[in-house]
Write a protein that binds this ligand. Structure first.
Ligand SMILES: [Zn+2]
Length: 150
């Protein structure tokens, strides 16, 4: 009996995300717009994110836990209405099957550290990966690289 309880405890520890808050706290931390995206699998309206036209060098962090997810070198203009990337910083995200749209199975991508919903991955991206990480701008915080003094 003790062995089984210990096993279940280990399992729960693995499943839980390192960064976790109560639902009420997430609402306070994120604000209403980011909360809907990150914690309720929402999708922002197409072409609504200022990050679509962001072309400066820098890093895109998770808006939920500040984990660095993408760099500007991974970004490209997909013309699909959301910030898009052809790859992700290794080990920062997890994926799962998403059946929210009837008749369509999509691959959802979420943050490995806080579990926040980021967007979806499609197979129509550019080489070398041919992946399109279609990410809600509200799930990201852009940190521009410090300008060099030259
Ligand atoms: Zn996160």
């Amino acid at each position: 009996m003790m062995d089984r309880l210990a096993f279940l405890g280990t399992l729960l520890a693995v499943v839980a995300y390192p960064v976790h808050h109560s639902d009420a706290d997430w609402q306070k931390i994120l604000g209403p717009d980011r909360y809907v995206i990150l914690r309720q699998n929402g999708t922002e309206p197409a072409w609504s994110s200022p990050l679509i036209t962001e072309h400066r060098a820098g890093v895109y962090n998770c808006a939920g836990c500040n984990l660095e997810l993408f760099t500007s070198a991974m970004k490209y203009d997909s013309n699909d209405g959301w910030p898009s990337f052809f790859t992700v910083i290794p080990g920062t995200t997890l994926t799962s099957a998403d059946y929210d749209l009837p008749g369509e199975e999509r691959t959802e991508v979420h943050c490995r550290r806080c579990g926040g919903h980021l967007g979806h991955i499609f197979d129509d991206g550019p080489p070398p990966t041919h992946k399109r990480y279609c990410i809600d701008g509200l799930a990201l915080i852009f940190q521009p690289s410090p300008k060099s003094s030259g």
